[in-house]
Design a protein around this ligand. Sequence first.
Ligand SMILES: [Zn+2]
Length: 343
Amino acid sequence: MTQTLTIRRPDDWHLHLRDGDMLRAVLPHTAQHFARAIIMPNLVPPVVTGAEAAAYRDRILAALPEGADFTPLMTLYLTEDTDPDDVAKAHAEGLIHAVKLYPAGATTNSASGVSDFSRVAAVLGRMAEIGLPLCTHGEVTDPAIDIFDREAVFIERVLDPIRKAHPELRVVMEHITTADAVDYVMASDRNLAATITTHHLVINRNHILAGGIKPHYYCLPVAKRETHRLALRRAATSGDARFFLGTDSAPHTDANKLLPCGCAGCFTAPNTMSILAEVFEQEAALDRLEAFASRNGPAFYGLPVNEDTLTLVRETPDFPGHINTPDGPVTVFDPAMPLHWTA
Ligand SMILES: [Zn+2]
């Protein structure tokens, strides 16, 4: 039985670090394992311009623990007023690595997102020209659409038309949750990839709703039925270069999770690598963990694979149930299964 597993150091292609005290509390948990991360721009107010992204990057670097080796890969929040020239300049300077599309109202702090997709056509055209990827929160916000169908409807109504209008645009479907999304990625031959979170490989909607409501498993896009979870596991563990890790680790304090209208998000930064090793071993695919966590992402983003490595050891890990922050405790995602790998 394999006792240690050494892989190129992983990256996280979708991460929420927040700001201020919360940023300082959660960043060390990501920097401990991950060399780089695509940083989500949905602060309040959102990170919309190159200047705001530069300032946020500097706050992240200032919050890093002594000696940590971590590079934040910044993104801009796409609005209907986004200036194509500002986007192109921030990309040319090496500051930003993607632009994030949130349909207005889709998730935490997405009120400034896009309602009228025709109003962002010029920005998307420029991004296609310069090879800057668009990351999508792939859910429609039409209240008439059932929450469990919002990803599939987004593909049909929003994503496919955007890709047909801008065939050279490189797109990352973020945190996919359905077999529909897996199939859509598999049917494309270029310019399309998807990230998959740690928690969507582990939970289905029963974890949230059966036997009492479990707010700590509530995330967006919401976990779907078991057939979809299994499709995600097959995609993640397949080694297919179009699928890679984006944890979507999203800290909210327990006080904000445990409300009558609680926040969406799972905080997985501390235990993601242990959970992934468990999932990949269950699927007899430990040899493909490196592709998913360390190789496929940089290949899509046109970046080198990390030179240094991460070694996992077959030892029962010991994770706290929560971390303490000045804003209050943040619960660490509970995979509801024994873990056997320590990173
Ligand atoms: Zn997210």
